[in-house]
Design a protein around this ligand. Sequence first.
Ligand SMILES: Cc1cc2nc3c(=O)[nH]c(=O)nc-3n(C[C@H](O)[C@H](O)[C@H](O)COP(=O)(O)OP(=O)(O)OC[C@H]3O[C@@H](n4cnc5c(N)ncnc54)[C@H](O)[C@@H]3O)c2cc1C
Length: 446
Amino acid sequence: MNIAIIGGGISGLTTAFYIARARPDVRLHIFEREAHLGGTMYTREIDGFRFEIGSNGFLSNKPDTLDLVHAAGADDLLLRSSDDSRIRFIFHDGELQRLPESPPLFLKSKLLTLRGKLRVAMEPFIRAKTDDRDETLQSFGERRVGKAFTDVFLNAMSAGIYGNTPEILSVNAAFPMVVALEREYGGLFRGMIKKKKKEAGPGGVLMSFKGGVGAFVEHLRNTLPAEFHIGSGVERIEAKDGAYRLHFDDRTLEVDRVVLSTPAYAAADITADLDPALSNALAGIDYTPISVVGFGWNALPHPLHGFGLLTTAAAKQEVLGVLWDSSVFADRAPDGKKMVRIMIGGQRQPELAMQSDEELIATGLRGLRATMGIDTPPDVRFVQRWERGIPNYRVGHLAQVAQIRKLADPHPGLYLNSNAYAGIGINDCVRNSRLAAERVVAELDA
Ligand SMILES: Cc1cc2nc3c(=O)[nH]c(=O)nc-3n(C[C@H](O)[C@H](O)[C@H](O)COP(=O)(O)OP(=O)(O)OC[C@H]3O[C@@H](n4cnc5c(N)ncnc54)[C@H](O)[C@@H]3O)c2cc1C
């Protein structure tokens, strides 16, 4: 039995891991187009500074990634974020303001006017939406907690998580748990209080890996009993007598099952001959451009005390946020040195993401000066452009995914699993990949 996993990001590797664990008899082939595994989960080291090209960690309040780490024997690699990283800032109204972590701090915060705060306090009295229609995060936020809260907190949060804006994001696809609170408990506060009572326990802590997220990817690679085809992009697949034939590097390989763990646009190319309707539907998922600019300093007077900052659209800045990585995870910069990563572009300013390296560096430096008053020239610079960085979960995304699943159904042994469909966080990808592996294994055993 041969199974091909196409795409060596965290989704593909996790799917492979759980298939291999349940069915050691299966021969796994992992295809990765780039020269390294990990997809957006990869670490570049420059002069001792460790720059994540994409994700830098995951929260411990969902068990999925921690379970995988444990099952893969990588507990020793886990790295907890510093306690100071709970301190977060929003740049709004021309100044850096601390994100309130408790109700008393919220009441004192200058991020909202008294009127804005009173509107938030009205939330328990707002009637719950009764239909299942998809809606933007903006519309959901304005309904439940008011426009002022939405324009500051939800605006900054959607830039920080999705590189997106609340006017575009589908709340149902991007924040299903929040929608569930309204549906199941009638409101957000009510839901949060009841859920807290049920699930009394510590909140989530941001976790990562010693040496950067790439260290865990490397560990998975070394644990996986698979044949790796790195630097080999699969161009297309065709159905062949109940199996699939893969075309790559002027070669072919016949396999019994295929898991497509690539971005949706790549899955669209790969399935173009196999099923044009499925391919078209996959191509319908668009992506958000976003770039990461990193700076390292041998000496920087700014204390970088906290996790970093996010900006609001109203603040009219050129950067979406600045992550103070060396304060969050101690081993990201050599002793005594500091580093940050700056997010640029997103759906707020897509044109900024695709600037040249020099322009991105200049934009990053201007952003640092405007939001944090930093003028010190960096000693190390890093740029990573993502033309199609994060799937754009816009309104209608869930219906789009349901349609894709329906079109994929008539292809036995073909599975679709990546961050394009049901969650972009590492925890979401790991959970969905474990479920995909369980489905593959159940169908093999049937
Ligand atoms: C800038 C940025 C910051 C982020 N920060 C965080 C964070 O802090 N925390 C968090 O939880 N999440 C974060 N995310 C999201 C998270 O990193 C991703 O959603 C997740 O890593 C996606 O994994 P994946 O395997 O589904 O897809 P990918 O990582 O995109 O992997 C897909 C792989 O498929 C390969 N591929 C494509 N075409 C082919 C082909 N034809 N043949 C073979 N291989 C192919 C690609 O090269 C790629 O390696 C961030 C994302 C970005 C872009």
